[in-house]
Design a protein around this ligand. Structure first.
Ligand code: UDP
Length: 385
């Protein structure tokens, strides 16, 4: 099966890291077309996945953009669509991995006649999208033979927004289990290097963005005991520089300079998570899936997650982690204190979570699920063949 994958981003966010794992399975038979250059291209190339940058400038429409902004981008889109139409004739299907990729892929699919698949990594609600973008996404996705939703939460929001329930199937992100073997040495070295030996270390792994709620953890930290520190892993991938400034001021205002470290974007997330005593997820609106939650579970590190969206499908509160009300600083601070003071219970919960995550999110199984859906729904190959 020859696949033309399309993704608008040159940066490795969660949707792109998921695409990397899918494209690996089709290596040698696929091309990833990106609408901007960046670190994601390098990552694909390092993994011997064919990649082509299809546009010279990033498309200026954002999730919250109006129809007018969308209209202005049409001129920019026309050459891109022409390129995708031409390329797609060499492939069996077009696989759009992001919303702008859906716009381009859907039109190209109409012209070239190649079937369209849409991987939905978003919750199509007004919290995340303007109503124009939401309507456009649903109308175009309804032209796809198959929509892969990354969680039940994403699937439900899609259907509520008018998406066709017949075409949308949930496939969770998969993870390479063998990469999560515990490496105590590496974790110890990291703690030593970061001078965190005697501390209770909370890790927060996410791009810096207001809805990811780094500010919520900072506020909660100011209510925790002095030996609790926070390490923030991730960068402002989509130009959220004002928010970065706001976080720095908040650290100063709360007197947390000695208890907070910002590490920027890191590619060694696994040992960093293994180094932590606790991983906290603080999205203030519903998270579509939440890769970092599963990653923490696989690392055997206890996790507290914000109770909304995909997180509800990943964590059973009190059994495989803890769920707290999104944005509730005091509830989060209490949950952190509980975890710190009950280390035996936390370790048991983390171990249960690790087993559960290994059972549910094995990349090999998930890839089989995707391959079956692609063959049976997108290419309509009958299983009796
Ligand atoms: N991540 C990373 N380096 C960082 C911060 C995050 O590789 O410095 C990865 C993280 O491990 C996860 C992904 O980025 O795999 C984020 O996915 P998630 O679903 O949590 O959020 P999204 O970015 O899709 O909103």
């Amino acid at each position: 099966m020859k696949i033309l994958f399309l993704d608008q981003s040159g940066k490795p966010g969660g949707a792109e890291l998921c695409l990397l794992d899918i494209a690996m399975c089709h290596r040698g038979q696929c091309l990833v077309g990106l609408f901007e250059d960046g670190a994601f291209r390098q990552l694909l190339e390092e993994n011997q996945i064919a990649v082509q940058i299809l546009s010279q400038a990033a498309i200026g429409v954002r999730k919250q953009s109006s129809w007018l902004a969308g209209l202005k981008s049409v001129r920019q889109l026309a050459p891109l669509i022409a390129k995708v139409v031409h390329l797609s004739r060499q492939y069996d299907l077009i696989y759009a991995n992001t919303q702008k990729a859906l716009v381009v892929g859907a039109i190209a699919s109409l012209v070239s006649g190649r079937p369209l698949v849409y991987h939905l990594h978003d919750i199509l609600s007004l919290e995340h999208f303007s109503s124009t973008n939401q309507r456009l996404a649903v109308a175009l996705a309804n032209r796809a033979r198959l929509v892969i939703a990354n969680s039940q939460a994403s699937r439900t929001a899609f259907i509520e927004a008018g998406g066709n329930p017949e075409t949308v199937h949930v496939v969770y992100n998969g993870f390479h289990l063998q990469q999560y073997q515990e490496n105590h040495n590496q974790a110890k070295i990291l703690r030593l290097t970061l001078e965190l030996q005697e501390k209770f270390v909370i890790g927060h792994f996410s791009r810096l963005s207001p809805w990811k709620g780094q500010h919520v953890l900072l506020e909660a930290l100011s209510h925790c005991s002095e030996n609790v520190v926070a390490v923030f892993v991730g960068d402002a991938l989509f130009g959220e520089q004002d928010y970065v400034q706001q976080l720095q001021s908040q650290v100063d205002h709360l007197g947390l300079r000695d208890r907070v470290t910002f590490l920027g974007f890191r590619s060694d997330v696994i040992p960093l998570m293994q180094m932590c005593d606790l991983v906290v997820h603080t999205s203030t609106v519903a998270e579509p899936f939440g890769r970092v939650i599963v990653e923490a579970m696989l690392c055997g590190t206890p996790v507290i997650a914000a109770k909304a969206g995909g997180a509800l499908e990943l964590v059973e509160s009190g059994e495989t982690g803890w769920l707290v009300t999104p944005g509730d600083v005091h509830e989060l601070a209490d949950a952190i204190a509980h975890c710190q003071q009950n280390s035996t219970e936390a370790a048991a919960i983390a171990q249960r979570a690790q087993h559960e995550a290994q059972r549910r999110f094995n990349l090999d199984t998930i890839n089989q699920q995707s391959a079956h859906l692609l063959a049976s729904k997108a290419l309509k190959i009958s299983s009796s063949k």
